[in-house]
Design a protein. Structure first.
Length: 135
């Protein structure tokens, strides 16, 4: 499982182990009765494989570009078109360009982990106007 996680869900900022610990502590621990650690990470990988976010966005003509801004709502709608539910998106401020840049798209699940549901606060940390989808 660690090899699969390292390939498909690596940390972008440091140690994979600490990243996965963080994910478990902030998300997985709440479902521990139903999904022990290994099952939680297996489910996470299953969901990842079912939801190629890059492909979903590409199908809606939203592709990584360093100088083009996309409407925040169009990113949300692109994902919703494929999952039938609102995702939640997360952004950071691009230091050089001083614009919000997309770095995470979350899908939310029902408590059994098998069905999607609308995420709270779909705009997340991206505001309501425009964002960069960096390469």
């Amino acid at each position: 499982m660690a090899k699969e996680l390292a390939l498909d869900w690596p940390s972008l900022l440091g140690s994979n182990f600490y990243f996965w610990f963080w994910e478990w502590w902030n998300h997985g621990v709440f479902s521990e009765e139903q999904f022990p650690k290994l099952e939680y990470f297996k489910l996470a990988m299953e969901i990842y494989k079912q939801n190629d976010m890059f492909d979903m966005l590409k199908k809606e003509k939203i592709v990584p570009k360093m100088k083009e801004l996309y409407n925040v709502s169009s990113v949300i709608e692109a994902v919703k078109k494929h999952t039938q539910h609102d995702p939640q998106i997360k952004c950071y401020t691009h230091a050089k360009l001083r614009v919000l840049a997309l770095y995470e798209i979350r899908v939310c699940l029902t408590t059994d982990g098998r069905s999607y549901r609308d995420c709270p606060d779909p705009h997340g940390t991206c505001g309501t106007t425009h964002l960069l989808y960096p390469k």
